[in-house]
Every structure is written in C-alpha cells, then in structure tokens.
Design a protein around this ligand. Structure first.
Ligand SMILES: Nc1ncnc2c1ncn2[C@@H]1O[C@H](COP(=O)(O)OP(=O)(O)O)[C@@H](O)[C@H]1O
Ligand SMILES: [Mg+2]
Length: 244
C-alpha cells in the first residue's frame, strides 16, 4: 500500500488520517513538531504543537478558536509560500536550497504539512546551524556554503524572513561539504522573480537579510562558546534534533 500511495491519495480527505500520535518527533520548534513521514523516509510532516507551550502568540482575529489559528498561521502560510517557490523555480532548482513541497495531509494530530526532510549524505537527519554551533563547530566553516546560499537567494530574487540559525539545516554532503537549506521562515511578503528583472529595492532587502543573518550567527556562535550562556540558549531545545 505504501509504495502505491500518491500525493493525491495522501491528502484525500476521505482516507484514514496519518498516524503520528505514537511516534517521537525528531524536531520541535516554537510552533510545530516535526515527524519523519511514516511512509516516506525522505519527507517530514509538520503539525502544530498542541501542548499549549507555543512560544508565539496566535493572532487574535476572527471567531476561530486559537488552536485552529495556530495551525493556519504557520502551515497554511508555508504551503502558500513554498507553492509559490515551486511555481517560480521548479522542483529541481528549488530542491538545491529548499525542501520540496508535497502538500497538506490529515493526521491524528491535526493537519500536517509535508515537505522534504533534509538528510546528510550518510542518511542521518541534517542538523541545524544552531545545533552545529552548539557542538563547538567554528562558524567560519560554514562561510562558503552560506555565501553560495546567499548567491542563490539573490540570483533568484527570493525574499525570505530573517535567516535564523535554527531554521537553516546544514546538509553534509558526500565529501563533507556543507549546503544550507532553509526549512522554516519562507513566508512573509516574499516576492519571487526568478529569471526576471529584480528591483534594486528587493536586492537590497535580500542582501540585508543575508548580512544580518551572518551577524546573528556570529552572536550565536559567541554565545555558544560561553558555557553559561550556551546552557540558557539551549534550554528551550529549539532547533535541536531529538534523535537522528
Ligand atoms: N525539512 C527539514 N529537514 C530537516 N530538519 C527539519 C526540517 N524541518 C524541521 N526540521 C527540524 O525541526 C525543527 C523544528 O522545525 P520548524 O519547521 O523550524 O518548526 P517551527 O515552525 O516550530 O519553528 C527545526 O529547527 C529542525 O531542527
Ligand atoms: Mg523554526
């Protein structure tokens, strides 16, 4: 059954919801829990945290209860933004620095957003930059990969949200080389214009995101180098893998 399952069948509202409840999430963010897709090891399913410990306040708007807003705020937004990216770049180009999108699926933990799971060449789930830094890796090791990622964003006119160390997965390739994947934070006023003329103002915005991102990483790296500060920073375990 699993082999034949298509994306269309997966999101079939009439089908059994995907079972995640008994599984351990491999990653937890401020808003969502991430599971390896039970049928596709190369994909992950993200569902809203339902433990009431969400670190972001859901927008207070409309009549919907807060928990449904939490679901929509993030996943629907990302569905939309990743969908835009795919239309503009195509799956193949997109997959160089972003997870490909497989749509929404019903799960026993609520609606789940399905996308590529970033894995190292050896098959282990890639760590975020934050996690790599927390293990004592020098930030300088990632400069080349980050520059390449920056050139990709600029070249395709991809405006992102702030580039955060816990939203960037660092994939380790065959030869130990790194590649950045943005795994969260694609939404927000993104303006995609691949292959087209990119207004100077957007270029400036993208450059700013890239520069500020690195400055932020430098602060995180300095924090991680101080054991007391690192302890505080890691308390929330954001962007840390639970298991690989
Ligand atoms: N596609 C992915 N590939 C690899 N790891 C991921 C992926 N998506 C999420 N993760 C891991 O799960 C964590 C939480 O996911 P994220 O999407 O950032 O949730 P949130 O929206 O709550 O911030 C990330 O910091 C990362 O460690
Ligand atoms: Mg995140």
């Amino acid at each position: 059954m699993t082999d034949m399952k298509t994306d269309a069948a997966m999101s079939d509202a009439g089908g059994e919801p995907l079972r995640l409840a008994g599984l351990a999430p491999f990653g937890v963010g401020g808003r969502r829990r991430c599971f390896v897709h039970p049928d596709f090891p190369g994909r992950c399913v993200k569902v809203a945290r339902a433990d009431g410990t969400t670190m972001l306040q859901p927008k207070k708007s409309g009549w919907r209860p807060a928990w449904t807003q939490r679901v929509y705020d993030n996943n629907a937004d990302e569905l939309n933004e990743l969908g835009k990216l795919r239309r503009m770049l195509g799956d193949e180009t997109m997959a160089r620095h972003f997870p490909r999108l497989y749509g929404m699926v019903a799960t026993d933990l609520g609606p789940g957003l399905v996308m590529d799971l970033v894995r190292d060449a050896d098959g282990r789930i890639s760590q975020t930059l934050r996690e790599q830094l927390s293990e004592g890796n020098e930030l300088g090791k990632y400069r080349e990969a980050y520059d390449e990622f920056g050139r990709f964003l600029l070249g395709h006119g991809i405006v992102t949200r702030d580039l955060l160390d816990h939203n960037l997965a660092v994939r380790r390739g065959e030869g130990g080389e790194f590649r950045f994947y943005l795994i969260d934070g694609f939404g927000d006023a993104a303006w995609f214009a691949p292959g087209r003329w990119i207004p100077a103002i957007d270029r400036r915005r993208i450059r700013k995101k890239i520069t500020r991102g690195w400055a932020r990483f430098e602060r995180v790296a300095a924090e991680m180098a101080d054991p007391e500060q690192a302890k505080a920073a890691l308390r929330w375990k954001l962007g840390m893998l639970r298991h690989r």
